[in-house]
Design a binder for this molecule. Structure first.
Ligand code: KE4
Length: 439
């Protein structure tokens, strides 16, 4: 069968997923436990995943896909990576959770600190949202100030004060902020354009002595991928230090992704606090916030800042994180070289197909995270990204899915690949794009 007839055959074969979606809608709003999974911004019914291995997903109807979501980042070594699976199985035999301290927490902390020296002390939580929410509370306590600065298009999880012109799901739905967030809370957050130091200077001048912290994605992933402009990080660090505000680098997505030490290593950043998630848990729920000792020691039980979590430092999640970060540390050169060459080949291969097809496409890529924006570009901030033709992206997404390539279901997300993606997957992806982009 040609790819097209095979594709149409695939579309017909998603009936079981459709039935599962109908059942799921009886229990969950939109049938999902996280909005972007509903495929609302790309259209079509979301396939239900039955299992995954290496670079591949299989849906409930047995259709096979090359995966470029990777659980939104965590699966950097590929799905069901044997050392990670075995570590989880071994830990599970000793029970899943105790609500007490275990050696595994410090075992993982040692690995994290080797990659992130800025995390002189840290605390585990169960999601990126918890990590950023806790880091902000700590920053407000340590500075005695209330205002937080974030950047439009950056998403830091769904804590009330951060759903102010956030990116990711909110941007995808075009909702500025979120219902249910009181204006008293949103009013304590300034959402500024990314890559614009002049606006940041103006914000600090307007709120002299009132800004507790600036939080940012060091490489934006939640407006689609947007790289920091030259001098942006250095300028932001200088302003925050001069103004006595803390700099919180949110590496939930970029951590261990763009380098073993994340964007902090890649750009030589100097955060006061750093947040991590996704890869650090190897696919299990782990968030981390860490930073300078004198800041972190303000947390209970040592200090006055309360923060807690039943499953913080969960033994199974620690085991998955230790196996994942341990493998990345041991095979650093080989893994990151492969991630770079594979991501470059597939990202530029599809861009080249778009050019041949006369489709306006802008590629933004940092290491093995990237976005194909359906716009002539450039894309240097959220406003630029918002000019993208989201309908064209939706058509591309559906056409690629029907050809066995699973892209993130939103123009305003980053794509990821893992160490299991190889030449065969890259060739198949570029070929699928050639067909999907043909007029
Ligand atoms: P979680 O609470 O979803 O674990 O992490 C929130 C978060 C914090 N910071 C950054 C930079 C993030 O990218 C995220 C979560 N990312 C989205 C994907 N863009 C999660 C996917 C989803 O919402 O379903």
């Amino acid at each position: 069968m040609t790819a097209k007839t095979e594709a149409s055959q695939m579309t017909a074969n998603r009936n079981h997923s459709k039935a599962l979606q109908e059942r799921a809608e009886r229990y969950f709003p939109g049938g999902v436990n996280s909005p972007v999974r509903a495929f609302r911004s790309v259209g079509g019914a979301p396939p239900f995943v039955a299992r995954a291995e290496g670079a591949y997903l299989w849906d409930a109807d047995g259709n096979k896909y090359i995966d470029y979501v990777g659980s939104w980042g965590p699966m950097i070594l590929g799905h069901a990576f044997p050392p990670v699976v075995e570590a989880i199985e071994r830990a599970a035999r000793g029970s899943a959770s105790f609500g007490a301290s275990t050696a595994a927490e410090a075992d993982l902390a040692e690995k994290i600190q080797a990659c992130y020296p800025a995390a002189e002390k840290m605390r585990f939580v169960s999601s990126g949202t918890e990590a950023t929410m806790s880091a902000i509370r700590l920053a407000r306590a340590c500075t005695g100030r209330k205002i937080i600065v974030k950047f439009e298009g950056c998403y830091h999880g769904h804590a009330d004060g951060l759903l102010v012109k956030a990116g990711s799901g909110v941007a995808t739905f075009g909702i500025p902020g979120s219902a249910g967030v009181p204006e008293e809370i949103a009013g304590l957050t300034l959402a500024l354009p990314y890559n614009d130091l002049a606006v940041i200077e103006a914000a600090f001048a307007a709120h002299k002595g009132e800004i507790a912290a600036v939080i940012l994605e060091p490489v934006v992933g939640n407006a689609g991928c947007i790289a920091p402009a030259a001098g942006f990080h250095a300028g932001l660090r200088a302003i925050t230090r001069r103004e006595g505000a803390l700099l919180i680098i949110d590496e939930v997505m970029t951590g261990f992704r763009v380098a073993l030490g994340g964007a902090t290593e890649l750009y030589g950043l100097d955060p006061d606090l750093v947040t991590l998630g996704k890869i650090v848990g190897g696919g299990l729920p782990v968030g981390v916030f860490g930073g300078r000792r004198e800041l972190m020691d303000q947390l209970a039980p040592l200090g006055p800042v309360y923060q807690a979590g039943t499953l913080s430092g969960n033994p199974l999640a620690m085991a998955a994180g230790i196996a994942t970060i341990g493998y990345l540390q041991e095979h650093r050169a080989e893994v990151y070289a492969k991630l770079e060459s594979s991501a470059k080949a597939v990202a530029e291969g599809v861009l080249s197909e778009a050019a041949k097809a006369g489709v306006a496409m802008t590629l933004n890529r940092v290491g093995s995270m990237w976005t194909w924006f359906f716009t002539p570009g450039p894309v240097a901030n959220y406003d630029d990204a918002a000019k993208s033709d989201t309908a064209a992206f939706g058509r591309f997404h559906r056409a690629m899915l029907d050809r066995g390539v699973w892209l993130p279901p939103s123009q305003f997300e980053a794509m990821f690949l893992g160490a299991a993606h190889g030449e065969a997957e890259i060739r198949a992806t570029v070929e699928a794009a050639r067909e999907a982009l043909a007029r």
